[in-house]
Design a protein around this ligand. Structure first.
Ligand SMILES: [Ca+2]
Length: 337
């Protein structure tokens, strides 16, 4: 940490002020991250990807691939626009290709492709989701990858069901468990409920992934991201207007603010999340209709996050997320994965 930042942090702590300072750079080895997103109907996927690109561009993580689990044919091209804007043309994009029907239903994906692409990326040129997963994992050291899913789990199921191939002699399940150290999942409602990522459009994939996943999993439920409002006037002021993240939020609802379900999942990469959120250990049980309920178990390998008890903290978390989406970095060791 830079001396001035350290002084500011100490001052903030001493004064009991929850104020966040921004402008710090990272110094630690990067964690490898794969994002699996349904970049289409909602805009929080854009915010989550922007946060990851911020961390990646600072060397705090290494985003090794983005898997698009969506039926929007412009979603892969939109992801390409966002990644290219941050200068990361080398990050591969996967797409769930074996779908019977694709439908353009997003308020922003096609517009971003049309407005920002020199050569628009067609969905056909994206890699197929499961082979890309296999390639990325096979190229990674054991237990080195954090997987963040912020959409439905169809592509993850395809990975888990995949057979040995040229990338790896392991089955998909064995490859995933050998390489993925942490699975952070935006999905479900806790302690019980019915949330879209789990029940729409492919609840069978949720059931399959939850039944076959043997590693640790951290769930960020609907109720956690729901009161955290970002993407409003503050983000508008932080970003230049000629920016794909600015344009996505403008097209979505013209900066009227939006819940931060997906961004909370990305925030879990940072140590500060352990200070901000409590975690309950046990097991997430999913029904065939995609609804879920929680079973407490001190030895369980599932956890779900809970917001701080004081709602005043929500605005602090929202401020943090807006700045991270806008490419800024709060000061302090809690922001280094
Ligand atoms: Ca999402």
């Amino acid at each position: 940490m830079r001396p001035i930042a350290k002084v500011l942090l100490i001052l903030a702590v001493c004064l009991g002020a929850p104020r966040i300072e921004f402008g710090c750079a990272g110094t630690v080895a990067p964690l490898r991250v794969i994002l699996d997103a349904d970049l289409d109907s909602d805009v929080d996927d854009v915010g989550a990807l922007a946060m990851l690109m911020n961390l990646h561009s600072r060397g705090l993580i290494e985003l090794i691939g983005v898997v698009i689990t969506s039926d929007d044919p412009f979603a892969p091209g939109c992801a390409r626009v966002l990644l290219d804007h941050f200068g990361t043309k080398e990050i591969p994009i996967g797409f769930l290709k074996n779908q019977s029907r694709l439908t353009q239903h997003s308020r922003y994906t096609r517009k971003l492709v049309e407005e920002f692409s020199v050569t628009p990326m067609a969905w056909q040129s994206a890699e197929d989701a499961a082979p890309l997963y296999r390639k990325l994992l096979a190229d990674s050291p054991d237990a080195s990858v954090a997987l963040i899913t912020i959409g439905h789990l169809s592509s993850l199921q395809a990975l888990l069901q995949s057979a040995p191939d040229a990338y790896s002699q392991l089955t998909g399940i064995d490859l995933a468990h050998q390489k993925i150290r942490r699975w952070i999942c935006m999905g479900g409602q806790y302690p019980s409920g019915k949330e879209a990522n789990f029940y729409r459009p492919d609840p069978a994939s949720t059931l399959y992934c939850l039944e076959h996943w043997r590693g640790s999993a951290l769930f960020c439920g609907w109720e956690a991201g729901n009161p955290i409002l970002t993407g409003g006037s503050r983000l508008k002021e932080l970003l230049p207007s000629r920016h794909p993240v600015y344009r996505a939020y403008q097209l979505y609802n013209d900066f009227h603010g939006r819940q931060s379900w997906d961004q909370l999942a990305v925030l879990q990469l940072l140590p500060i999340a352990e200070e901000l959120f409590s975690r309950t250990r046990g097991r997430c049980v999913v029904a065939p209709d995609g609804s879920n309920h929680w079973q407490d178990d001190p030895a369980g390998n599932h956890q779900y996050i809970e917001l701080p008890p004081d709602p005043a903290e929500y605005s602090r978390i929202a401020e943090m997320i807006d700045h991270l989406m806008a490419g800024e970095m709060p000061c302090g060791p809690g922001f280094h994965p």
